[in-house]
Design a binder for this molecule. Structure first.
Ligand code: FAD
Length: 374
């Protein structure tokens, strides 16, 4: 059986980016992805500009896509108190349908192999990995990157600690038509038990994506009721829902969105993107972190192989440390902001302070983001 240099399980932003980077240096790469491209995903679809220099270096060009240039952030409390500020770095409005597809096409150009199948098990024995899929195919590789996102059957098989904690968050996303929504705005609106982001994508559609606690959602029993009875209590969201036309037949949903701590290396598998840790979506930085973690992995991998200094334990230790130093603080700040926003009293104080001193907001945002450098 052919043994790949690297097998990447999951072809989202982290997996595809790592595949492109490593294939540029002529390593043999297989991506195992369960869904064919292009496909929609539950995501706020605001990506920080910090990814641009690295995307450029990988030959990923947004030139043919009408991405929106987002510069302004509007925040509102569940009662409609609001504050508006410039974003320190700004970002792009692009759907995951387009973004993941763009990276997939670039990976194909670079000679990356793809298998569209669900990976069910990853076994490590005698310094080689074997990945088994649902169609009962087996692939072997010297290294495996776990880039399969927030939650998977693989986490159960690996007995990862976070999987035993029930998560109480639900993600919902749909595109809408609304000609009044500005191109350069990302809005983050709170409601009782959650928050939702609004921003424009390359098609001109507005993406409305929200995270809600089961506790608040369960009472309403359907998305329609939840929109009317909970989300529309926020005056900004009420106006948006009244004036906008849904484009999707049904919203997309994901259950059990987990923010529990994870580990960056498990059973010798190097975890990238959400598989290693998910930042609270209100920070608008999960996509950039997924891409950055692929970059970190690629740098450490190349350093080890190009200098003929490969020792598995050393590489794993380096990756673990680099991951923590790059993302540890961002995740902590994200948790703190989420706690404040979802607590009615703390959030009231937070909004009063932000309205009195709007320059505070970009400073806090900076703590949850990286920098725009390679
Ligand atoms: C509600 C919500 C809103 C968000 N909004 C934003 C935002 O506005 N901006 C931002 O930057 N971030 C946002 N995020 C975070 C962002 O979506 C993620 O951080 C990002 O998608 C992580 O990319 P990834 O490649 O790690 O995972 P994913 O993009 O989830 O990719 C994982 C891939 O693995 C595949 N897969 C899973 N299991 C298997 C398997 N067993 N075998 C084969 N393939 C498999 C999946 O099909 C998928 O394609 C949001 C998240 C949520 C929940």
């Amino acid at each position: 059986m052919n043994c790949y240099d690297v097998i990447i399980v999951g072809g989202g932003l982290a997996g595809l980016t790592a595949a492109i980077d490593l294939s540029q240096k002529s390593y043999s790469i297989l991506v195992i992805e369960k869904k064919k491209y292009p496909h929609h995903k539950v995501c706020g679809e605001y990506v920080s500009n910090e990814v641009l220099p690295y995307m450029n270096s990988l030959g990923v060009s947004f030139a043919g896509i009408q991405t929106k240039s987002i510069k302004t952030l509007l925040l509102s409390s569940s009662k409609g108190k609001s504050v508006q500020t410039e974003l320190p770095l700004g970002g792009l409005g692009i759907s995951r349908f387009a973004f993941d597809h763009l990276l997939y096409k670039r990976a194909l150009e670079m000679g990356v192999d793809f298998r569209f199948d669900r990976a069910l098990a990853i076994d490590y024995q005698e310094d080689v990995f074997e990945v088994r899929t649902e169609k009962d195919e087996k692939f072997s590789g010297h290294l495996v990157i776990g880039a399969y996102g927030k939650r998977s059957v693989l986490d159960k098989n690996l007995k990862r600690a976070f999987i035993y904690n029930k998560s109480s968050w639900l993600g919902v996303k749909a595109h809408y038509k609304n000609d009044d929504f500005p191109d350069d705005l990302v809005a983050l609106h709170n409601f009782n038990g959650g928050y939702g982001g609004l921003s424009k994508t390359e098609t001109g559609a507005i993406n409305f994506c929200y995270l809600a606690s089961y506790k608040s959602f369960q009472k309403e029993k359907s998305i329609e009721n939840f929109n009317t009875n909970v989300i529309a209590q926020n005056p900004f969201l009420r106006e948006f829902l009244q004036k906008s036309k849904p484009i999707f037949k049904e919203p997309l949903t994901i259950a059990q969105v987990s923010f529990y701590r994870k580990t960056a290396v498990e059973d010798h598998i190097l975890m990238c993107g959400d598989t290693a840790g998910l930042i609270h979506p209100l920070c608008g930085n999960g996509m950039a972190m997924a891409i950055k973690s692929a970059q970190i992995f690629s740098e450490i991998f190349l350093e080890a192989f190009q200098t003929n200094d490969f020792e598995r334990d050393k590489l794993e230790e380096k990756y673990r440390n680099k991951w923590e130093s790059e993302f540890g603080e961002r995740l902590k700040t994200g948790r703190l902001i989420q706690r404040i926003l979802l607590n009615p009293y703390a959030s009231k104080i937070g909004f009063t302070m932000a309205r009195a001193l709007p320059s505070l907001v970009p400073k806090i945002i900076k703590k949850t983001h990286g920098t725009k450098s390679l």
